[in-house]
Design a protein around this ligand. Sequence first.
Ligand SMILES: Cc1c2[nH]c(c1CCC(=O)O)Cc1[nH]c(c(CCC(=O)O)c1C)Cc1[nH]c(c(CCC(=O)O)c1C)Cc1[nH]c(c(C)c1CCC(=O)O)C2
Length: 341
Amino acid sequence: MQLKNDLLLRAARGEKTERTPVWLMRQAGRILPEYRAVRESVSGFIELAQTPELAAEVTIQPVDLLGVDAAIIFSDILVIPEAMGLPYEMVEKRGPWFPETVRSEADLKKLRVAEGDNDLKYVIDAIQITKKALNGRVPLIGFAGAPWTIFAYMVEGSGSKTFSKSREKLYRDPVFSHKLLQLITDSTINYLQAQIRAGANLIQIFDSWAGILGPKQYEEFSLRYITQICDAITEVPVTVFAKGAFFAREEMGKLNCETIGLDWNMGIAESSRLIGADKTFQGNLDPAALYGNPDQVRAATIEMMEQFRGIRHIANLGHGVYPDIDPEMVKVFIETVKEFK
Ligand SMILES: Cc1c2[nH]c(c1CCC(=O)O)Cc1[nH]c(c(CCC(=O)O)c1C)Cc1[nH]c(c(CCC(=O)O)c1C)Cc1[nH]c(c(C)c1CCC(=O)O)C2
């Protein structure tokens, strides 16, 4: 179906656009009271994510209520471990938790390569329902976690400040680590290809824990697998967002993807020198800037937009929007980008 607003896709491909497209990472499910109302009608996050009609509804909320130029399918990066045989729970106020972890060869044997269409049918159904309901208004973004970030959760069993158990594995057992990373990568490629067949118009890879690896390990244990994913996804543009991977920007410039996400610690001009002119950048306002008053939010947004002048750009924050941000300030951010000349 023809998209009425394809700014995101044209900007990703480096084509000229009338204005810069804008959306927010974690725009679905963090800040809107309308989300909380839907969330309270079910037992929790997992039931919501696994009920395609409701997942579609909260995916579209930010398009209706905030005016963003893209929707991102409501799901989580942790659906991949579950589809591989490692279920997760979402503990209220604490985040994801895995009753079992993967730390030995015996644990590896219990895992399987996920098949997108079967093992993650509820996400695929949600994408199809969302596409129908969006009726071409804006593109739909599909996503997955980067293999390293998923590995970190599967070994650790939960979030962590240091992810020392998962990083221990890289040093003590690189053979195990590469086996698990390859299983995750194969599952992720299957999953992303199913998302694209269902109608996802762009794919984003979230490497949220990129910044806890050193440059050499990042190349060996993360970029190598992101490269496989980028090479396998040829039908739609791909965005790679590696939080904290300032040290890997030059290498990331060589990825077979259209867009690189920048966090707010990454200088814009410097990133442009390191990555080169043949990629679009996505980002990178400090999410905390939205704690300001409207004038401050406007000024911070304009300052960011000025720095991206002459650079291929999709406006966003430098990480997901924080849960306690006032939706009105999100609207000021979006309106300021849309009016920027
Ligand atoms: C690391 C990571 C996770 N999940 C995700 C990442 C990568 C992005 C990033 O770095 O922020 C990605 C994600 N998670 C969710 C989406 C949906 C679409 C969107 O709004 O962008 C996306 C793109 C829904 C969610 N995922 C989660 C919620 C909150 C669950 C609830 O409603 O109780 C939502 C709406 C739960 C989740 N899921 C995860 C954590 C750490 C948590 C708990 C705290 C939190 O909200 O971030 C893992």
